[in-house]
Unconditional design. Structure first.
Length: 210
């Protein structure tokens, strides 16, 4: 199954994507990680991306989609994948369709803005492996230390309340219209994102299996 998670920053997409990846034995394909990997491996698309990154510009959609296509061609994606962080805009979704990348399900995790601001200010992430924790709802086994790799957890600049308000505005303006795009294609399922991680995961599974 080829899956996209939608939802505002801090809606819990990363946590639920991890659980779905484990449950269905499919990889989570993160655009940020892929671009870093393509740069490291010096692939054709990685070299194209490097030119933009070094000049301080955003990597254009066609290069990002080229990198995604390279990644999705690998064997571990044969049974399906979860796209994390892409598409963020309708032109990106259209470009994905034009490349012949078929998406089966789009899960939209709905959380009110006030709850997101509260949630994100408590989030802590691992700078090494990218795992995400929370000082209230998903505490690491050892305070301030990543369960997976033992690195020290940090609060990202963009999880600070003043930045969260700006990120939510960008989400509502640019990414939220994707809900209508995928609803029109009959692929969208909305899931209530309030509750424990397990409760939300049960709703996500029900949406995927519907």
């Amino acid at each position: 199954m080829n899956i996209i998670f939608l939802g505002a920053p801090g809606a819990g997409k990363g946590t639920q994507a991890e659980k779905v990846a484990d449950a269905y034995a499919i990889p989570t394909v993160s655009t940020g990680n892929m671009i870093r990997e393509a740069l490291k491996n010096g692939t054709e698309m990685g070299l194209k991306a490097k030119a933009f990154i070094e000049s301080g510009a955003l990597v254009p959609d066609d290069v990002v989609i080229g990198i995604i296509k390279e990644r999705l061609a690998k064997d571990d994606c044969a049974k399906g994948f979860i796209l994390d962080g892409f598409p963020r805009t309708i032109p990106q979704a259209e470009a994905l369709d034009a490349m012949g990348i078929v998406i089966d399900k789009v899960v939209d995790i709905e959380v009110p803005d006030e709850a997101i601001t509260e949630r994100m200010s408590g989030r802590r992430v691992c700078p090494d492996c990218g795992s995400s924790f929370h000082i209230v709802t998903k505490q690491p086994k050892v305070e301030g230390i990543c369960d997976r790799c033992g690195a020290e957890l940090v609060q990202r600049k963009d999880d600070k309340p003043e930045t969260v308000a700006d990120r939510l505005k960008v989400y509502h303006d640019q990414t939220e219209p994707l809900k209508g795009y995928y609803e029109a294609a009959g692929k969208l399922s909305e899931v209530d994102g309030i509750g424990t991680v397990e409760e939300i995961f049960d709703r996500v599974k029900a949406a995927l299996e519907a």
